[in-house]
Design a protein around this ligand. Structure first.
Ligand SMILES: Nc1ncnc2c1ncn2[C@@H]1O[C@H](COP(=O)(O)OP(=O)(O)O)[C@@H](O)[C@H]1O
Ligand SMILES: [Mg+2]
Length: 290
C-alpha cells in the first residue's frame, strides 16, 4: 500500500494550515496514496545513539512545519521530505535566503543587522549611518523570521530607523531598499518542481505591504518568461520541491522579495482556480513512485 505522511505544526490550528493538509490528503487519496495528517510531536523522535524515529511505514512526508530539528531527524531516519530540511531552513530566514540567492537572481539591495547578544544594548549608530547612506529613505526593515507581512516595516527617516533598530536589537533583521515602483503591489507565484503553476497579483490600497492578511486583494496573473526563469532558478538553487515566490517589480524587471517554502495555497487556489494541491500531490507521487 502507498502511504504518505503530512506533518503540521504542533501548535498552529490556523484555518489556512488545516485547509492545506486536508486538501493534500484528499488529492493523495485520489492517486491511491493513503495519507495520515499528524501534528509534529505526535510520534516520538529522539537521539539515542542514532536517531529514533516513530514514523515508520511511510513512503514520504509532506512537511508543512518549519521545525528544523524534527525535519533533520526525519531525514536522518531516511524519510524523503517535501520540502527538504535544508531548503526549509534557508527559506525560513530571509537573510539566509538573500545570501543563498545572491548573484543567481535580482533582489532589492539588502544589508543584515549585526548580531546583538544583549537586548538592552543601543543600536550601533555608525552601522546605521552606513545603512541610510546606501539605501536612502524610505527603506524597509524586516525581521529575518516573519510571515504574513507582520515583521515588515518602513522607515521614512533616521528617527524611525533608530526606533526600529532599537526595538529589534535582539531580533535578527535586515535593511532593504524600498522598491517604490512596487509599493502596495507584488506577484505571488506558486512553484512546484521548478514550474510556475499559479500566479496572482496582490494589490493593497492601504499599505505598502500587499499581503492578503493585511488587506491586499488578489487577482489572477499570468506568469511570463522572465518569471518562469527566475522561479526555476530559485527552485534549483535552493533545492525546493514547492514554494511561493513573492516578486516585486522594479524599473528594470522583477526583484525577488522572498521565497516561502511553506506558502499557503488556499488563497491562490480560490483566486486562480488552479488546483495547487493536485499539482503538488502529482509531483510528489511522480518523485516517489515514478
Ligand atoms: N523592499 C521592498 N520594497 C517594497 N515593498 C516591499 C519590500 N519588501 C517587502 N515589500 C512588501 O511587503 C510585503 C511583505 O514582505 P515579505 O518580505 O514578503 O514578508 P512576509 O514574509 O511577511 O510576507 C511584500 O509582499 C511586499 O508587498
Ligand atoms: Mg511575503
Amino acid at each position: 500500500m502507498k502511504r504518505a505522511l503530512v506533518i503540521t505544526n504542533a501548535y498552529s490550528s490556523l484555518a489556512s494550515a488545516v485547509y492545506q493538509s486536508a486538501r493534500l490528503k484528499e488529492e493523495f487519496s485520489k492517486l491511491g496514496v493513503q495519507t495520515d495528517v499528524l501534528k509534529n510531536g505526535g510520534r516520538p523522535l529522539a537521539v539515542n545513539g542514532g536517531v529514533e524515529c516513530g514514523y515508520g511505514g511511510y513512503d514520504f512526508c509532506v512537511y508543512l512545519d518549519k521545525d528544523k530539528y524534527a525535519a533533520r531527524m526525519l531525514e536522518s531516519s531516511g524519510m524523503r521530505l517535501f520540502n527538504r530540511a535544508a531548503a526549509i531552513e534557508v527559506c525560513d530566514d530571509k537573510m539566509l535566503t538573500h545570501i543563498a540567492l545572491a548573484g543567481a537572481v535580482a533582489m532589492p539591495e539588502t544589508l543584515p543587522s549585526t548580531l546583538c547578544y544583549t537586548p538592552d544594548s543601543v543600536p550601533d549608530a555608525a552601522y546605521l549611518d552606513g545603512v541610510e547612506k546606501r539605501l536612502g529613505y524610505p527603506l524597509v526593515v524586516k525581521e529575518s523570521y516573519g510571515s504574513l507581512g507582520r515583521g515588515v516595516y518602513r522607515a521614512d527617516d533616521r528617527a524611525s530607523l533608530d526606533a526600529l533598530a532599537g526595538r529589534l536589537i535582539g531580533t535578527p533583521h535586515l535593511y532593504q531598499k524600498f522598491i517604490s515602483e512596487s509599493a502596495g503591489r507584488d506577484v505571488r507565484v506558486i512553484v512546484i518542481g521548478g514550474e510556475c503553476v499559479a500566479a496572482m497579483e496582490r494589490r493593497s490600497e492601504c499599505d505598502f505591504r500587499s499581503n492578503i492578511e493585511l488587506g491586499g486583494k488578489g487577482s489572477p496573473h499570468t506568469a511570463d518568461a522572465e518569471m518562469r526563469h527566475i522561479c526555476g532558478a530559485i527552485s534549483e538553487k535552493l533545492n525546493l520541491d514547492y514554494c511561493g515566490v513573492d516578486l516585486l517589480e522594479g524599473k528594470d524587471g522583477y526583484l525577488v522579495c522572498e521565497v516561502n517554502s511553506n506558502a499557503f495555497f488556499g488563497g491562490i487556489e480560490k483566486v486562480t482556480g488552479v488546483n495547487v494541491a493536485r499539482e503538488y500531490a502529482r509531483y510528489a507521487c511522480g518523485k516517489i513512485y515514478g
